[in-house]
Design a protein around this ligand. Sequence first.
Ligand SMILES: NC(=O)c1ccc[n+]([C@@H]2O[C@H](COP(=O)([O-])OP(=O)(O)OC[C@H]3O[C@@H](n4cnc5c(N)ncnc54)[C@H](O)[C@@H]3O)[C@@H](O)[C@H]2O)c1
Ligand SMILES: O=C(O)C[C@H](O)C(=O)O
Length: 308
Amino acid sequence: MKVTVVGAGAVGASCAEYIAIKNFASEVVILDIKEDYAEGKAMDLMQTATLNGFDTKIVGSTNDYDKTANSDIAVITSGIPRKPGMTREELIGINAGIVKDVATKIVEQSPNVTLIVVSNPMDTMTYLAHQVIDLPKHKIIGMGGALDSARFKYRLSEALDCPASDVQGMVIGGHSDKGMVPLTSLATRNSVRVTEFLSENRLQQVAEDTKVGGATLTKMLGTSAWYAPGAAVSSLVQSIACDQKKMFPCSTLLDGEYGLNDLCIGVPVVLGKNGIEKIVELNLTEAELNKLKESAEGVKKTNQLLEL
Ligand SMILES: NC(=O)c1ccc[n+]([C@@H]2O[C@H](COP(=O)([O-])OP(=O)(O)OC[C@H]3O[C@@H](n4cnc5c(N)ncnc54)[C@H](O)[C@@H]3O)[C@@H](O)[C@H]2O)c1
Ligand SMILES: O=C(O)C[C@H](O)C(=O)O
């Protein structure tokens, strides 16, 4: 199993590290445009192999796509991250050109690849990938909801004063400060709905903290987060590589599901060896469905900024 990660920056390197530590891939190629940068990250990570006990071979590449040939899975993290005070949508001007170029070059070398788009604004970048490359729709996946759901569970565990592993929950909708839809009514602590334990106000607070999870960390760090994003990507990669058929909310091209068309937005999907093997349609409350539709309008507005 060969995995390519484009972008050797904060998220790309974190993602490569988690994939290696989980020890399911034979090779991870990290590619960056900065001279020697990916090679340096690859060497540094390879020097953790005996310490962390993995056998994955990590290779660096300065913009040489030949090294990515015949990848089974590729992850696009190349592009600029936001600074405090910015929205993800403001990154479109620079990142759209990068994602278009990178996606095209990956598919030239790996026509059967499954592509995971991470660069922001992620839902729009995933939609862009669908427009510029010729891959079946189940092989282009946007990562956002897996991260947002991990943050939701973290916030729920704080409110419940329990370990996050006790909590189940999901965030659907656009990966944006306003567009996320944390499904508070469905969240549980060991199968008991969290609405049994938390007041409406406290749950509302959890939802709001979740939605601005990325912005909160960007303010604290001066750039956007990387550990949880890298871990979230590695979980998607593992589910595909190991045919785990796990369910994650991912950005996918909708064709009538949830009454939505012609956009990529986060909904639950099953990830296995064929990429997106199923789009799961939940029975949402009217309020949740309305929030998802509002979120979709926001994503479509950003998509209109693309020069296709
Ligand atoms: N979808 C999500 O949940 C999520 C989470 C975190 C970050 N992000 C996004 O991921 C992107 C990367 O974030 P980061 O913190 O790793 O940024 P970073 O600046 O640390 O790394 C980005 C890397 O991309 C490289 N790059 C730029 N253009 C390139 C090209 N054409 N080809 C190859 N490499 C290129 C840069 O040299 C840099 O090393 C940002 O757009 C950020 O907003 C998304
Ligand atoms: O917040 C960001 O800009 C990066 C990423 O989308 C995140 O949610 O951490």
